[in-house]
Design a binder for this molecule. Structure first.
Ligand SMILES: [Zn+2]
Ligand SMILES: [Zn+2]
Length: 182
């Protein structure tokens, strides 16, 4: 029970919903005297209408929030998987080439150590050994290894650069996305 401030014997039963300034709490006499462009609402209806608004604007729709969160989570895990695969591809490529380099190094070493006594060596091996000693075999191989190393360094630098640019753009975009007006 809430007494009307203007009519102490009357209860407030109605709320003024006009856009003007007033004390809004009206008894049945106030309603009769009150000038407003909109009809005042009985207290019960006032609360009902607000509850309708909660539903209309989905203020209490946990399901929708949950759906958005699930979609977001799944999209992000797809992105993580794609980035992980790309990185794995780089690691695999580099490992493959490093293994090949190691194999070739070992082949040259074996050729030298397996022919410790050149007199017993086959002529084809001797040709190779002479070329290693006097020709360009090893210097060419060394140049090739250095060029692989430069390619790796270049590839890694490129990835770091791309990541830096991505990070910067990401931060700018996230600032726009995550700012919510209150
Ligand atoms: Zn009013
Ligand atoms: Zn009154």
């Amino acid at each position: 029970m809430y007494q009307c401030t203007h009519h102490p014997n009357c209860q407030v039963t109605t709320i003024c919903i006009d856009s003007h300034q007033c004390n809004r709490k009206l008894c049945h006499i106030c309603v009769y005297e009150h000038k407003s462009s909109k009809r005042p609402l009985p207290i019960e209806l006032f609360q009902d209408r607000l509850t309708e608004k909660v539903n209309e604007y989905k203020l209490d729709d946990q399901q929708q929030q949950l759906t958005i969160k699930t979609i977001l989570k799944s999209a992000l895990s797809d992105i993580e998987e794609r980035i992980r695969k790309l990185h794995q591809q780089v690691i695999d490529d580099i490992n493959y080439t490093l293994d090949k380099i190691d194999q070739q190094d070992q082949q040259y070493i074996h050729l030298i150590y397996n022919n410790a006594n050149p007199i017993e060596s086959q002529n084809s091996d001797l040709d190779k050994l002479v070329d290693m000693l006097e020709g360009n075999t090893l210097s060419n191989w060394d140049a090739q290894k250095k060029s692989y190393q430069m390619k790796f360094t270049k590839a890694l630098n490129w990835i770091v650069q791309e990541m830096n640019m991505y990070e910067q753009r990401f931060q700018v975009e996230m600032k726009n996305i995550s700012s919510i007006d209150q």
